[in-house]
Write a protein that binds this ligand. Structure first.
Ligand code: NAD
Length: 495
């Protein structure tokens, strides 16, 4: 293909994310013919490896985590001949001198200045020092040839996000900065755009006149595993809601962009965040709830409560669950509640959007015909099932007129025999091609933090909590059910 020669530097090249997601994504892109003819991957880390032992570690990871594994050793050999390891300390100038030399060598060898993508797969305290040094590396091709990818978390509140934005924007153009929210790379999430704006059918009814309420639910069945040290300083609001869930909400609620241009799309996403009704103390009390899991039994195995997990303060008030009711104050969504929830150690692993339409204006069927009555619903399942279901009422076959809800289903597995790419494949390819549509712009991240700051401040000011308040393998605390039940609805769960 015609892609430019590319150099990937992965800071944190020996870390979990590199082994589980980044290298498998690049390898799959290679197998599918999306990597440029000339590329180099530079893994950086403190561990002592040489190129060969580093590649062995990556190969192990690929076989464990990649959707395809390494079926063809020759292909791996070809791919991995482009990988080098640089044992290095991210806070030492020498690291960057070495990198500069590698880049200069490649540029000479390829007789063309490569696009250089620096991937910061390290803890956030390293973001500033790495980006400062990177901005000083001499790039033969100038600014547009150098990109920097920032992993989450992007700040831990509005102030720290602003600080990081200010720093990055003083060193780079916004067009060089790729803030990852890997949810935006998921097939079903991207499909929201296609579904809404490539069909004449849905957009006319996508508003307050037809939609009664919207739910976005991201539940995990696992606990915090071995991430206690990180998670206890973060919690569900910061780890899932501020980024992934709000981004999905933006795609559901955004106005149609004028074109599929990155900034047009991102402008419309920011508009949604700005229109969400702010939380005063009353709204925090009534429209935001939090929870923390207790121990219990999951699949015949006893599991720890959150406060007993390794790395967690035994009196921790960190939330492992949160649920919100939002309103979006614009014409399209006036008075349509958006309920969102996320939690760990829940009954089911599932990310799903449910859009419930208003009821028919007048019932004509007798009550015995309508016992299973269900208002029309559009269910977009992001994971583990990837599908879109439209729930409609239909007559059950038989001599009586009995109504029954049925699903019209588009499921990915049935429709497309080839597996969908992983989110990181999509996003890394976009970064190579310079497409920022699925990345978060600086103002977007800040708008999301700004919205949530009153809740964060309020929650952090109220410490004597009745935690834990939900058992493992449940659907979360009772107050979360109450949040939605008081409006006459229930949380939707996949069958
Ligand atoms: P990790 O702890 O497994 O790896 C950290 C990496 O940083 C290692 O390669 C280590 O060698 C390197 N490192 C640490 N100190 C260094 C120093 N002084 N100089 C050079 N290198 C140094 O972490 P991870 O799970 O790979 O996560 C990396 C980043 O990605 C974090 O920001 C994390 O929040 C984010 N992230 C991870 C995941 C995931 O699934 N693991 C998912 C989303 C986001």
């Amino acid at each position: 293909n015609e892609q430019k020669p590319t150099i990937f530097t992965i800071f944190g090249g020996t870390g979990d994310l590199a082994a589980r997601k980044l290298i498998p994504a690049l390898y799959n892109l290679f197998l599918d013919g999306y990597m440029p003819k000339e590329f180099t991957i530079v893994g950086l880390g403190r561990t002592e490896y040489n190129d060969e032992s580093y590649k062995e570690v990556l190969l192990d990871g690929l076989n464990k985590y990649s959707r395809s594994g390494v079926a063809d050793p020759a292909k791996w050999g070809e791919f991995s001949s482009n990988i080098i390891y640089l044992q290095s300390d991210a806070s030492k100038e020498k690291t960057y001198k070495d990198l500069e030399q590698i880049i200069a060598d490649r540029d000479e060898q390829w007789a063309e200045a490569a696009t250089v993508i620096h991937y910061l797969s390290v803890a956030p305290q390293f973001f500033p020092v790495i980006s400062e040094y990177i901005s000083k590396i001499k790039m033969a091709g100038g600014k547009e040839k150098c990109r920097i990818v920032i992993e989450k978390p992007f700040g831990r509140d509005l102030e720290t996000a602003k600080e990081l934005n200010e720093l990055l924007q003083s060193l780079f153009d916004e067009s060089q900065i790729y803030r990852i929210d890997h949810y935006l790379g998921k097939e079903t999430v991207q499909n929201m755009m296609a579904f809404r704006f490539a069909n004449a059918l849905f957009e006319p009814i996508w508003n307050r006149n037809f939609i009664e309420h919207v739910q976005i639910s991201v539940t995990e069945d696992i606990g915090i595993e071995d991430r206690g040290g990180y998670y206890d300083g973060s919690g569900a609001l910061r780890d899932m809601l501020q980024n992934h869930i709000l981004q999905v909400l933006c795609l559901v609620a955004m106005e149609p962009p004028v074109s599929f241009n990155a900034d047009e799309v991102r402008n419309r996403r920011v508009d949604v965040l700005k229109a969400i009704r702010r939380f005063g103390p009353e709204e925090v009390k009534h429209n935001a709830v939090r929870g923390q899991y207790a121990g219990g039994w999951v699949g015949g195995k006893e599991v720890n409560g959150y406060r007993e997990e390794k790395g967690v303060d035994p009196n921790s008030n960190t939330e492992t669950f949160c649920a919100f009711k939002f309103f979006i104050d614009n014409w399209r969504w006036q008075n349509v509640p958006f309920y969102v929830r996320t939690g760990k150690r829940m009954h089911q692993k599932s990310s799903v959007i449910s859009i419930q339409f208003k009821d028919v204006p007048h019932p004509i069927f007798p009550s015995h015909a309508s016992e299973n009555w269900q208002q029309n619903r559009l269910i977009i399942s992001i994971q583990p099932e990837m599908s879109i279901r439209l729930q409609v009422q239909a007559k059950r076959p038989g001599l009586d007129m009995i109504l029954n809800p049925v699903d019209m289903v588009f499921d990915y597995d049935g429709t497309y025999p080839k597996e969908s790419p992983e989110a990181y494949e999509t996003l890394l390819l976009d970064a190579m091609e310079g497409d920022q549509t699925l990345f978060m712009r600086g103002d977007q991240v800040e708008a999301a933090w700004e919205l949530l700051m009153p809740v964060i401040d309020n929650w952090e000011g109220r410490k004597s909590l009745n935690f834990p308040n939900y058992p493992a393998d449940s659907w979360g605390p009772e107050i979360a059910e109450a949040l939605i039940a008081k409006d006459g609805f229930h949380w939707f769960t996949m069958p």
